[in-house]
Design a protein around this ligand. Structure first.
Ligand SMILES: Cc1cc2nc3c(=O)[nH]c(=O)nc-3n(C[C@H](O)[C@H](O)[C@H](O)COP(=O)(O)O)c2cc1C
Length: 216
């Protein structure tokens, strides 16, 4: 891996802003979308369990319906691709086994050799007291994916807007999620900023590093 130059990283992160107006005529290439999907897949998660799914919406009718459930925010329809971040609502033994089988497959191991790891995960998230907190726990993992997604997009020169300004229940209904183990937590349009978006040139409002980062 050749490290990214520090200037490149900081200029990409400074260039990124919560895009209010996308250029509806510009579409993100399949090649770039493939890279962004990889950035989602490569997200780290607790135990590695990946308790999330990512729905990529491009259908104009579906986008229009979702806009109605997003405080009317135009980014939903004008972006190139709308990524909806979904979090698992419960963990079952079958979910843990699915992951154990995947580890064994990828690493050429036997699932039986992973019995202790399996018991720890089941004891924590399926049968333990933390089972009740799975929706929140999974949502936190989804937000890590969101952060990684936005930073990756910026490094590719693509614009995004993290969006909590939406009604998750309406999203779940529109996207047909109610019969699945997943629910909407946040969305992120990706595409290209419109030339006239005045937010692009506003100075970033951040507290000084000394206020946010304490050295001990
Ligand atoms: C979790 C989250 C939810 C947000 N929801 C919205 C939203 O619904 N609509 C919007 O225009 N901006 C939304 N924002 C953007 C923030 O207002 C913005 O990131 C913040 O003001 C900092 O500005 P910058 O991202 O342009 O640097 C959201 C940001 C985050 C992190």
């Amino acid at each position: 891996m050749s490290p990214c130059a520090p200037d490149t990283l900081i200029s990409a992160l400074s260039w990124r802003y919560a895009t209010k107006v996308f250029d509806p005529s510009r579409k993100v290439s399949d090649a770039d979308m493939k890279v962004l999907m990889q950035s989602l897949v490569l997200t780290p998660s607790s135990f590695g369990l990946q308790p999330y799914r990512f729905l990529v919406v491009t259908d104009p009718e579906l986008k229009a319906r979702l806009r109605g459930a997003s405080w009317g925010q135009g980014q939903v329809t004008d972006c190139s691709h709308l990524v909806v971040f979904l979090a698992r609502q419960a963990m079952t033994e079958a979910d843990v086994d699915h992951y154990i089988r995947r580890i064994a497959q990828v690493r050429g191991d036997q699932p039986e050799n992973l019995a202790a790891y399996r018991s720890m995960m089941v004891g924590t998230l399926v049968t333990g007291p933390r089972a009740a907190t799975v929706p929140e726990w999974a949502a936190r993992q989804a937000y890590i994916a969101l952060g990684q997604f936005m930073a990756s997009a910026a490094l590719l020169g693509l614009d995004t807007c993290p969006m909590e300004g939406l009604d998750p229940k309406q999203y779940d209904e529109i996207l047909g999620l109610n019969d699945t183990p997943f629910r909407t937590v946040v969305a992120c349009p990706v595409g290209y900023r419109a030339e006239g978006d005045k937010y692009a040139s506003l100075a970033k409002v951040r507290f000084p590093v000394e206020e946010l980062v304490e050295q001990r």
